[in-house]
Structure formats: C-alpha cells, structure tokens
Ligand binder design. Structure first.
Ligand code: HEM
Length: 220
C-alpha cells in the first residue's frame, strides 16, 4: 500500500513558501503600479499630466529611472536565478542602481519645482535619502564581498523602491485619509510606505535570529 506522509512541512519548507508568497505580493504591487502609471502618462496632454505638465521632463526622467529600478530589481531576490545565472544577476544589479541614480536625480528636480508644502517636501526628501542610503550600502557591501549584508541592504533598498506603490495602496484603505487633514496624512503615509515595510522586515529578521541562536548554541 502506498505510504502517505502525515508529517508537517519542515521549518525550511515553510520559510521557502513564506518568502515566495511575499515575493509574489511584491511583484503584484509593483506590476499594478507600473501598469496604472504607464496608462496615465502614455497620452502626452496637459489633461493627463495635470500639475506635472510644466515639469514633464523631470517626471519622465523620474518615472523612467523608477520603473527601470522596479523592473530590474524584481527578479533579483529569486535564489535559483542568482545561482544559475550570476552574470545576469550582476547586470540587473547594475541596471537597478543606474535606475535609482536617474530616478533620484529627477527627485531633486521635482522637489525644487513642486508647489507642495514643507512637510510634503521633507517626506519626499527623507524617502529619497532612504532610497540612496540603502542602495549605496547594498553596493558597498558587495564590493567588500559581504554577501549577507548585501542581501539585507538590497532587500531594504527594494522595499523603498516599492514605496510609491505601497502609498497608492494606502490611499485605497477606506477612511484612512479621513483620520486627519491631507496636509498631515499625505506626508505621513509617504514616510510610512517605506518605514513600515522596513520595520516589519527588520523585526522579522531579529525574531528569526533570536529563535535560531539557541539552537545554534546547542549544536556548538
Ligand atoms: C523611492 C524614492 C522616490 C522618491 C523620493 C520619489 C519622489 C517623487 C516626487 C518628489 C514626485 C513629485 C511629487 C510632486 O511634485 O508633488 C514624484 C512623483 C512620481 N513618482 Fe516618485 N519617487 C520615488 C520613487 C518612485 C518610483 C520607484 C517610481 C516608479 C515608477 C515613481 C513614480 C512616480 C510617479 C508616477 C510620480 C507622479 C505622481 C503619480 O502619478 O503618482 N517614484 N516622486
């Protein structure tokens, strides 16, 4: 008779499923955002561009750099691809960083020309800094050959790259924008759109290392 295993999946299997699920959610969020953005700015008219019409060159540069980073970064977290095609991983990694440099340069142009209020400018500036710092740390750690640190910083960098998509999702949460004036809510949600994912990631990582370190100590 065929033996049917009733054993629960091992923690490693759960871990792999959990990572795959988070990656798929990230991919769906990024694709939805890029699709909506592409639709909106595909027609080059004052109606489609609204307040960005006079600064459409900065917006183009920004969206081009940001989209390049979102697309190039998406497959970098798939371990099988990294193992099988390391040269592709390096090429996409460089493309990702170039996208971020282009996107962040345009952030400066957009910030200098925006009619937005101070808190909004500060929130965008903080987001831009988080984007640059995490990405440059990711680059520096791999130049030193520290693969673990590189993986951590690049994941943080990609979480910041996804922040405009997460921000749009926040706007869909019923009644969230009614909690306070938009003057307060918009900058707060902008910062939360990357600070919350970073906090969730870092807390999960620390919890995992707390759980595994007694086991490692027992094995030593
Ligand atoms: C993570 C760092 C980022 C920062 C600091 C940032 C900053 C900005 C700023 C300052 C504006 C202009 C806002 C205004 O003038 O009111 C803007 C608009 C925009 N950004 Fe970003 N951005 C970032 C990432 C991205 C990424 C990765 C994309 C992906 C394509 C993107 C797509 C857009 C789009 C489409 C707009 C136009 C407004 C809209 O349709 O939502 N941004 N961004």
């Amino acid at each position: 008779m065929e033996h049917i295993s009733t054993a629960l999946p091992s923690p490693r299997t759960w871990n792999a499923w959990w990572k795959a699920a988070v990656w798929l959610v990230g991919l769906a969020v990024a694709s939805h955002f890029l699709w909506v953005t592409a639709q909106r700015y595909a027609q080059v008219t004052p109606e489609a561009y609204g307040m960005f019409w006079d600064r459409r060159s900065w917006l183009w540069l920004h969206v081009a750099g940001g989209s390049l980073a979102m697309l190039a970064g998406a497959s970098q977290f798939v371990a099988a691809l990294r193992r099988r095609w390391p040269a592709l991983h390096r090429g996409l990694g460089r493309t990702y960083l170039i996208g971020i440099l282009i996107g962040s340069t345009a952030v400066v142009g957009l910030l200098v020309t925006t009619q937005g209020w101070l808190a909004l400018k500060l929130a965008f500036a903080a987001t831009g800094l988080a984007w640059l710092i995490t990405s440059l740390r990711g680059y520096r750690t791999i130049r030193r050959g520290d693969i673990d640190a590189h993986r951590r910083w690049m994941l943080c960098s990609y979480l910041v790259t996804l922040s405009p998509a997460v921000f749009r999702l926040f706007l869909l949460v019923p009644a969230l924008m009614q909690l306070a004036s938009p003057l307060v809510m918009v900058p707060s949600l902008l910062v939360l759109s990357w600070a919350l994912p970073l906090l969730a990631y870092e807390s999960g990582r620390r919890l995992r290392s707390l759980r595994t370190s007694p086991a490692r100590a027992r094995m030593a």
